[in-house]
Ligand binder design. Structure first.
Ligand SMILES: Cc1cc2nc3c(=O)[nH]c(=O)nc-3n(C[C@H](O)[C@H](O)[C@H](O)COP(=O)(O)OP(=O)(O)OC[C@H]3O[C@@H](n4cnc5c(N)ncnc54)[C@H](O)[C@@H]3O)c2cc1C
Length: 427
């Protein structure tokens, strides 16, 4: 790559957002280069493991979508409220979720991203791995290229798809530093198990998947656990607020180890082999964390780099938004009559697609600020169940009185009312 070289589009980052954008633009005949700091795409990324498919199907079209290396369509949605001796698990099965195009699949980025990179290459994009973009090149207020060590590359359009810690969006003056309250630290293990064992442990038929969210596994710190069944493995992890984690004596790997050893979780992973372990930041701010502007002349910001991620409480949605924003960016570039229009068209497309959805969920992060959600409420739910299912030959206490006692002792009536009100207002 030399300072003289100029391409139509240079994409920084070979995650889902960058590769999706590169695929569409290369397919449309544009000269596209993706620069990825990892040796290969998927090597430096980490996700929990469920992708909502609507934007991926739009990106690939039905035929190519059917060939994508996704894991299992999710038909079981489970929420486990956990305490030291057990868990109350809500288990909702819905076969509508796998009809026609299943609404969501478990996915492994280490498998999926290299495949998407291959599709982009086949469409004509060049993917350059092992290169870190260090800066942007500006001329007369317009972004005209990037610097990579001693090398420079010029482009008609630069797409910043460099993930949550987007140094590029910061360099462009579009975003400030990440702040602790707006992120979570995620850790994840990939645990291999035979397909039949996974099916039996989760009550699944062949080709079906389960997603489980855990509350009460984070030592009372804001956050939760997640589990996704893949074909021959389980993705198990935690996402925790980093600020409180700092005040906590137990390090994150120990919290993860306790999570794995919990009596309701260990039987699900017993005999499995951990083949991957990773940590990564997750964007938690939702709509309020999206910068006012996601473009400069010559630059568009997509995916996590633009804060386009929602924590819905029951699941994190970053991958579908990464792809949807990449589609919007690629189409904005293709439709614009001149360079000055691209940013406005991109913004308009986001305002018509993913931003209204993000806006609906914009108060959800408030719910995450209810501290009792992560310890006291799971304990209360389990104590009530303990009371309901205990038969020990003694004369039982009146049900209503006993439940009131549990509520008072675990949460407190005043807290229950104020948390309930806070929770309702966040919906
Ligand atoms: C623990 C955890 C659980 C999650 N669970 C889910 C889930 O279940 N479902 C869901 O939809 N989302 C989930 N998410 C969020 C989701 O993973 C992200 O929103 C999504 O992967 C973002 O894609 P992206 O392409 O924008 O960024 P990334 O996947 O982060 O890709 C950015 C790429 O840019 C590269 N890069 C960075 N800087 C440079 C540079 N300067 N030069 C060159 N290359 C660079 C990186 O190496 C990386 O490959 C989760 C995230 C975490 C951490």
């Amino acid at each position: 790559m030399s300072g003289e070289e100029k391409v139509d589009v240079l994409v920084i980052g070979g995650g889902m957002a960058g590769l999706s954008c590169a695929y569409l633009l290369a397919k449309a005949g544009k000269e596209v280069v993706v620069v990825e700091r990892g040796e290969s795409c998927g090597g430096k990324t980490l996700t929990g493991g469920r992708i909502y498919t609507y934007s991926l199907e739009k990106l690939l079209g039905k035929e190519l979508f059917s060939q994508a290396p996704l894991e299992r369509p999710i038909v079981k949605e489970q929420i486990a409220m956990t305490h030291s001796q057990g868990a109350l698990t809500i288990d909702y099965t819905d076969y509508d979720f796998k009809e026609d195009v299943p609404q969501s699949y478990s996915v492994l980025q280490a498998v999926f991203n290299p495949w998407l990179a291959e599709q982009a290459e086949e469409a004509g994009a060049v993917i350059a791995g092992g290169i870190l973009v260090e800066n942007l090149i500006e001329k007369d207020g317009r972004i005209i290229g990037v610097k990579m060590g001693d090398e420079e590359m010029l482009a008609d359009l630069v797409v910043a798809a460099d993930g949550i810690n987007s140094f590029i969006a910061q360099k462009a003056g579009l975003r400030g530093d990440l702040i602790g309250a707006e992120i979570a630290v995620g850790v994840k293990e990939l645990i291999e198990l035979p397909e039949g064992i996974i099916n039996a442990r989760f009550g699944l038929s062949k080709g079906e998947g389960a997603a489980r969210l855990f509350l009460g596994v984070t030592e009372g710190i804001g956050g939760g656990g997640f589990l996704y069944t893949n074909r021959n493995s389980i993705s198990l992890g935690l996402a925790i607020a980093p600020e409180k984690l700092g005040e906590q004596k137990k390090p994150l790997p120990d919290i993860m180890q306790d999570f794995k050893m919990h009596p309701s979780i260990y039987p699900l992973i017993e005999g499995g082999e951990t083949v991957e372990y990773g940590a990564h930041l997750v964007s938690e701010a939702g709509y309020n964390g999206v910068p006012k502007k996601l473009y400069r002349e010559g630059l568009l910001v997509v995916g996590d780099a633009g804060g386009l991620c929602i924590n819905m409480g029951t699941s994190i949605r970053g991958m579908d938004l990464a792809i949807a924003s990449a589609i919007a960016a690629a189409n904005a570039y293709l439709e614009a009559q001149n360079a000055t229009e691209v940013g406005n068209i991109y913004t308009k497309k986001l305002s018509e697609t993913i931003l209204p959805t993000m806006k609906i969920y914009r108060k959800y992060p408030v719910m995450m600020e209810i501290p009792r959600l992560f310890k006291e409420y799971p304990l209360m739910a389990n104590d009530i169940m303990h009371f309901l299912f205990t038969v020990d030959g003694k004369i039982p206490k009146k049900m209503l009185k006993s439940i009131q006692k549990v509520v008072k002792q675990d949460v407190g009536l005043k807290n229950l009312l104020s948390d309930g009100w806070k929770g309702l207002r966040a919906l």
